[in-house]
Design a protein around this ligand. Structure first.
Ligand SMILES: Cc1ncc(COP(=O)(O)O)c(C=O)c1O
Length: 326
């Protein structure tokens, strides 16, 4: 009998993170009149309903191994909700108090879920002029200031997803190799909407290690594509979890980025809704951004080839937004 990860007994829910299903989106590809294959990794089936559970576990395991995290020490992180949820889960299992520092611009489901998992949630007001549901780089800078203050006050460990190697390592050691093992065919292209860039970099490094010709594309919001070298004209967008217009992402490594794709908020929204209706896949805005970008790849240089994406978090996290009209 084939080894089945999910049928085995796990000592804790933290051990059930990862090994998510890979699904072919053939209905969506056919509907768009495209040729080629689109493979989607259902990261929303992680225990915290996002790919960020993976980095929550990896960052804390690395810190324990390096003697940087003491038993019972408080953990603090800046989060759009998903990393915080992953950390809240792993902290609950390992017995660490956890403080999640989050912008008021992120959806309320996220704060409620972290609180339910035992986290203390510190909400930070958005900058004047920012819109709820649209968290910009300026809003994020305010959250960063608050996170640094709380770390100082509590003598806490900062699970800094923008700087810690565990972010990259979670995807390099697990997500990327899982994609390769599950695909059963060559993966010609990969694209990913960047927040910290950790998922992109970790997966791209693993894919290119197997086949250096794999084309890896960074996805950014239209008007905030600073990694692609474009001017910042539209800092606000609905694609929560990334697109912060930060030009220098420590997780990104030279040689991994073969190109850049820009996706508008409307395009990401439409693709997320299409995913739900056409494929029965209930994911969030950034998953739609990845699918919209992958469709562009299949319509262009990757026609007839295989492109893989991550579907980052669950559509349930956006019930309070206008993603799902009533
Ligand atoms: C929903 C969602 N999409 C995309 C991202 C970006 O992932 P990464 O930080 O690995 O670039 C995040 C990060 O928090 C996220 O929560």
């Amino acid at each position: 009998m084939e080894f089945d990860w999910h049928s085995r007994l796990h000592p804790s829910v933290a051990d059930a993170i990862g090994q998510t299903p890979l699904v072919e989106l053939s209905r969506l590809v056919a509907r768009a009149g495209l040729s080629g294959r689109l493979l989607a990794k259902l990261e929303y089936l992680n225990p915290g309903f996002s790919k960020k559970d993976r980095i929550g576990r990896q960052m804390l395991e690395d810190a324990e191994a390096q003697g940087q995290l003491r038993p019972g020490q408080t953990v603090v992180e800046l989060t759009s909700g998903n990393t915080g949820t992953g950390l809240a889960i792993v902290c609950a299992v390992k017995g660490h108090p956890f403080v999640a520092v989050m912008s008021r611009g992120n959806s309320v489901e996220r704060a409620r879920m972290m609180a339910a998992l035992g986290a203390e949630v510190a909400l930070v007001d958005q900058a004047p002029g920012s819109r709820p549901g649209e968290v910009s780089g300026v809003d994020l800078a305010l959250v960063e200031q608050a996170a640094q203050r709380i770390v100082r006050e509590r003598g806490a460990f900062r699970a800094d997803q923008f700087r810690l190697e565990g972010n990259f390592r979670a995807h390099y050691r697990h997500t990327g190799p899982e994609l390769l093992a599950q695909a059963g065919c060559a993966i010609d292209g990969f694209c990913d909407f960047a927040g910290t860039g950790g998922s992109f970099a970790g997966c791209a490094a693993a894919l290119k290690e197997r086949n250096p010709a794999t084309g890896c594309f960074l996805v950014e919001p239209e008007g905030a594509a600073v990694l692609a070298g474009q001017p910042l004209t539209q800092p606000s967008h609905p694609i929560q979890g990334g697109g912060y217009a930060i030009a220098d992402l420590p997780a990104l490594r030279p040689g991994l980025v073969d190109g850049y794709i820009q996706v508008s908020g409307a395009e990401a929204t439409a693709a997320t809704r299409e995913l739900a209706r056409t494929e029965g896949v209930f994911a969030g805005f950034s998953s739609g951004a990845n699918v919209a970008a992958a469709k562009r790849m299949l319509a262009g240089a990757f026609a007839g080839r295989t492109v893989a994406v991550l579907l980052n978090d669950s559509g349930l996290k956006y019930l309070s937004t206008d993603l799902w009209p009533g």
